[in-house]
Ligand binder design. Structure first.
Ligand code: SUD
Ligand code: ADP
Length: 311
């Protein structure tokens, strides 16, 4: 059972004040792009242990450093498999193989994507095909137990996330947008970036306001206006990511110099996202960024694309 699952970029990430539970209230506009991890689930394990086993590798041709991905019970895909087994009363001995093209700790929700893929794969493996007990909404609910970004990786497309980002409403979009992503050496820790955002706000004496959906962004999406979308991209975590990784400033500038119509750090970073007018412009932009030597790798993708899908 193989499932393909997309990365995300945040078109708008508005971060409200920190809550009592340590999370921040968000308006998080997710957009799924055509950079995919693949998770394969097969019944049984080689070691004969009591739970899931996992192996992780870079997808063919992908320059992803998989060293930081846990291959034990901390792997989000393993935790996802255990949740599905528990819900369906299934034998949790399953072998998961993850092929990663999504950068690790890159702000593109690769771990969440793998969790979503494992939820979909294990549900298909263990659920009753004639009378399934789990629907997509159930899997999204189970995903929220694993992380704020997991429900979106199940859903895909473009969606507005509120709460900690897990409560989703699909957004109306028209056409296809063309993106170029500049990945970085080494990741950034999501909790550390949120903490840096709080620290900067406190130091500047600028408390967080209530996050609100950008009307400019929604109109740009609904009309398929790439230039307006580029102008509306906004990420409250960007100053924090730049503070923790000052070299990203040069990456963003290089993208602008090569004609990107929008440039933003993706989520908690350090991947930078650049919007192009069309496929041809994206190819030129990618070549320019590659030559500038400001990224570990430069990848093109389009969005929106569907969420976790059985291959
Ligand atoms: C920043 C975003 C933007 O989409 O993603 P990444 O860029 O890391 O992929 C998300 O908010 C990350 O979501 P996810 O990676 O699922 O985080 P979780 O496991 O739920 O939380 C990890 C930690 O991030 C912080 N966190 C997360 C979500 C949120 N609304 N407020 C927070 O403060 C908390 O410190 C939390 O302990
Ligand atoms: N299947 C997985 N793939 C990647 N990272 C994972 C996975 N499971 C757990 N992790 C952990 O989650 C952390 C964040 O990873 P990731 O989701 O790739 O980044 P981000 O939150 O920046 O989008 C990693 O550093 C790793 O320790």
């Amino acid at each position: 059972m193989s499932v393909r699952v997309p990365a995300k970029v945040n078109l708008q990430l508005s971060v409200g004040p920190i809550r009592d539970d340590g999370y921040h209230d968000l308006v998080n506009v997710f957009h799924a792009v055509s950079l995919f991890d693949e998770v394969t689930a097969a019944v049984g394990t080689a070691s004969g242990g009591t739970g899931p086993e996992v192996a992780v590798e870079a997808a063919p041709g992908a320059r992803v450093a998989v060293g930081g991905v846990p291959v034990d019970g901390d792997n989000l895909a393993v935790r996802a498999a255990l949740i599905v087994a528990d819900r369906l009363g299934a034998d949790p001995r399953v072998t998961l193989r993850i092929r990663k093209a999504i950068p690790v700790a890159g702000g593109m929700a690769g771990g969440s994507a793998d969790a979503a893929a494992a939820l979909v794969a294990c549900a298909r493996l263990w659920d009753d095909p004639d009378e399934p007990r789990l629907c997509r909404d159930d899997l999204m609910e189970m995903g929220a137990l694993l992380g704020s970004d997991v429900p979106f990786a199940v859903l895909g497309g473009t969606a507005i996330g509120v709460g900690r980002g897990e409560r989703l409403t699909p957004a109306l979009t028209r056409g296809t947008f063309h993106w170029v992503f500049a990945t970085a050496d080494g990741g950034l820790s999501t909790p550390a970036v949120y903490a840096e955002c709080d620290r900067i706000r406190e130091a500047d004496g600028e408390p967080a306001g209530r996050p609100e959906v950008s009307e400019e962004l929604m109109t740009a999406l609904a009309t398929g206006d790439a230039k307006a979308l580029g102008a509306a991209l906004a990420n409250d975590l960007e100053p924090a990511a730049l503070s923790l990784r000052p070299s990203l400033d040069r990456t963003i500038e290089a993208g602008r110099d090569y004609g990107a119509i929008g440039a933003v750090v993706s989520g908690s970073g350090p991947t930078c996202a650049f919007l192009a007018d069309d496929a041809e412009h994206a190819a030129e932009l990618a070549a320019g960024l590659d030559g500038a030597g400001v990224a570990r790798s430069v990848v093109r993708a389009t969005g929106p694309v569907p969420g976790a899908t059985i291959c």
